[in-house]
Write a protein that binds this ligand. Structure first.
Ligand SMILES: Cc1cc2nc3c(=O)[nH]c(=O)nc-3n(C[C@H](O)[C@H](O)[C@H](O)COP(=O)(O)OP(=O)(O)OC[C@H]3O[C@@H](n4cnc5c(N)ncnc54)[C@H](O)[C@@H]3O)c2cc1C
Length: 525
């Protein structure tokens, strides 16, 4: 790997990957030895949700499991709008991508016979989630990939350079504008740009995501004219640790898979009366049930004592560590939990090859919407989606641009004024999204949220915050447009699903603006 993080790049490759999480790094490795440039907002291996993943990756590899069963669970979780053709491709690719990760050195847990171990998570009908050291899958996968990237001379890495714009020319994408630590915005020219910028957690007051997951990739694609799909579908993890931290540490679903139960402070195991699968019901149902308990003034606790006892320390060292830091002893005490923004099912619309609606722009990982998650993601299908479509994009780009070119970096023509996002405005947005575009929504709240977003846009002088606001607008507009409840989208004014709306949402920024005009024209477009 050639590292240009500190010096700033003078040249870059014609294939440019934006984001250094699992999707971005896997795509770069799959393109090797073709030269590629990876540009990331953070240093290599940092600032990515991928590193924080605990449970693991879903792949039908255990005895008794099958691609058909994995597909059926994925389709059932997606609440009627999964693109089955694309989902079949993903679950079919899964075992191959696990073998790729093993080749890159990922030490997945094995049983005494040397077979890959798989655990069961919520809404999976089989034990199917391959993991590392219990709950350290993300860190171990990323450590292996970072080492592989460092050992790959064809990869040029530019860290600490947040990208602010996808720059379009007359015939499609021309490159991206990236801001260096010196404050200078440079145009990195490219024939192929792959956006792999992750999720939208920091649009919300409470989230499990790292700060770089602020929706800016989705926002810049929308500003460039890309079609955004299913933006209203946001998944709230039911069991983030309720200990006042930002981001909120996660108590993995695998704990409930191992038998941990949810109780309120009166000792009621309330999930039994909510869903036949109780604690293993789909995430949105568990998150809403906890949300209601909290709204009614009760605390919710995850009790692992009977299911795991002292084993939690060895089998779930990450969660046990978070508890210790917060002064909780999970061997002897239940863990306080609350829902937190965790995953965005929606994103930049892509096809099965990862192509977006803009020529020369691909997207993969959480920022993309391939259609495999529908209205609700099946646990541990997101790391799978990241590697499955990163590999597909690598093949597509290698076929389309077999001969590599290198271009000089240029000064950006339209770089904005470089202001940092205003902390008060960011806090206002995050509060608004949590209250009005969160676990439960209604028309009045969504309309009010769009007005707030418009006001914040009108005052916005930071290009990166404008991207974040644009992502917020896309989510709130799609949520207002969908007058029913489905999967991760729950409207208190339309609590039932509507068969006529059993379809995906596709929206451009121009269309989204029709749902809530800003109070004044944005300062920067
Ligand atoms: C706590 C936690 C636990 C999870 N557990 C699991 C699990 O067990 N199984 C599972 O399947 N999924 C899990 N998920 C979800 C999964 O981790 C993510 O969906 C997945 O890692 C996303 O990968 P990605 O490469 O798309 O994004 P990320 O890994 O978030 O990487 C995004 C990259 O883009 C960079 N970036 C962002 N904005 C810019 C910009 N403007 N310019 C340049 N670079 C930018 C970031 O710095 C980062 O390098 C979990 C998520 C969290 C937060």
């Amino acid at each position: 790997m050639l590292d240009y993080s500190s010096s700033g790049p003078e040249a870059c490759d014609d294939v440019l990957i934006v984001g250094g999480g699992l999707a971005g790094l896997f795509c770069a490795l799959r393109l090797a030895p073709r030269p590629v440039t990876v540009v990331s907002a953070a240093p290599l291996g940092e600032g990515a949700s991928s590193t924080w993943a605990q449970g693991g990756i879903a792949a039908a590899m255990a005895e008794g499991d099958s691609i058909e069963k994995h597909l059926a669970d994925t389709v059932a979780a997606g609440a009627g709008i999964v693109d089955e053709k694309v989902a079949r491709l993903m679950v079919g690719d899964a075992p191959h991508r696990i073998y790729d990760l093993l080749d890159y050195g990922v030490p997945f847990d094995r049983d005494l016979a040397g077979q890959l171990e798989a655990s069961r998570e919520a809404a999976h009908s089989e034990r199917r989630v391959v993991h590392v050291s219990g709950d350290k899958a993300g860190a171990a996968i990323m450590a292996a990939l970072v080492t592989a990237v460092r050992e790959t001379p064809s990869i040029r890495f530019i860290g600490d350079h947040p990208v602010e714009d996808v720059v379009m020319g007359r015939r499609g994408v021309r490159g991206v504008n990236a801001r260096g630590p010196d404050g200078i915005v440079r145009l990195l020219p490219a024939r192929a740009v792959v956006l792999a910028t992750g999720g939208v957690g920091h649009l919300y007051a409470v989230t499990t995501n790292p700060p770089q997951a602020n929706g800016d990739g989705l926002g810049m694609a929308a500003r460039a004219g890309a079609v955004i799909a299913d933006a209203e579908f946001v998944q709230f993890h039911p069991t983030a640790l309720d200990v006042g931290q930002d981001p909120a540490p996660l108590a993995t679903e695998a704990l409930r898979g191992e038998g941990a139960i949810l109780v309120n402070n009166r000792g009621d195991r309330f999930m039994q009366s909510v869903h036949p699968d109780a604690e293993l019901a789909p995430r949105d149902i568990v998150a809403r049930a906890i949300h209601h308990q909290i709204a009614e003034g009760r605390r919710v606790l995850l009790d692992t004592r009977e299911a795991l006892g002292a084993k939690i320390v060895e089998e779930f060292p990450t969660v046990a560590g978070y508890c210790r830091e917060a002064g909780i002893d999970p061997v002897n005490e239940p863990i306080p939990v609350a829902p937190a923004e965790h995953y965005h099912m929606g994103g930049i619309l892509t096809d099965a090859a990862g192509r977006t609606s803009l020529d020369g722009l691909w997207a993969c990982g959480e920022v993309a919407s391939t259609g495999v998650h529908g209205a609700n993601r099946l646990a541990s299908n997101s790391l799978l989606e990241a590697v499955a479509f990163a590999a597909r994009i690598a093949s597509d780009i290698a076929g389309r641009f077999p001969l590599a070119e290198r271009n000089d970096v240029e000064a950006a023509h339209d770089a904005g004024d470089g202001s940092l996002p205003d902390a008060i405005a960011v806090a206002r947005l995050r509060r608004t999204m949590a209250l009005q575009v969160g676990v439960e929504r209604d028309a009045d709240g969504l309309a009010a949220a769009l007005l707030t977003i418009g006001e914040l846009e009108a005052d916005c002088r930071s290009r990166s915050f404008l991207n974040t606001l644009t992502a917020a607008r896309m989510i709130a507009s799609a949520a207002l447009a969908r007058r029913e409840s489905r999967g991760g989208h729950y409207r208190t004014d339309h609590p039932d699903d509507d068969e006529a709306l059993r379809c995906r949402t596709f929206m451009t920024l121009e269309q989204a603006r029709e749902f809530g005009e800003p109070a004044a024209a944005p300062v920067i477009a």
